[in-house]
Design a protein. Structure first.
Length: 109
């Protein structure tokens, strides 16, 4: 691929969407294997830990998706900032469809 693509907003959006997908995959592993890791003893701290993880995840996702557009916006490159959010959203939707496909068709095996 051309050097122009690797320096483009489209690629930056791909990087951000991939980073977010990787982070969500790691949290998904925690949910998937949580009872094996932490056991099944219910107590007050489990729901609190979940809510803290949920809040932290919202913060991390927001930083991954919006920090670079924030910098572009305040550097007076508003169109590029908006385009980057749109490209990131598009790539993220593509990753969502990929994982949905994997969950439906591979998950049955």
């Amino acid at each position: 691929m051309s050097k122009k693509f690797w320096n483009s907003l489209i690629f930056a959006g791909l990087e951000q969407a991939f980073s977010l997908t990787l982070y969500c995959s790691l949290v998904g592993i925690l949910f998937w294997k949580g009872s094996e890791i932490f056991g099944k003893s219910p107590n007050y701290f489990g729901p609190v830990a979940f809510l803290l993880l949920f809040s932290l995840s919202a913060l991390i996702c927001g930083l991954i998706v919006f920090y670079e557009p924030y910098k572009l916006f305040f550097a007076n490159r508003k169109k590029e900032a908006i385009d980057l959010v749109v490209y990131t959203s598009g790539w993220l939707f593509a990753f969502f469809l990929l994982f949905l496909f994997l969950a439906v068709f591979i998950g049955k095996a």
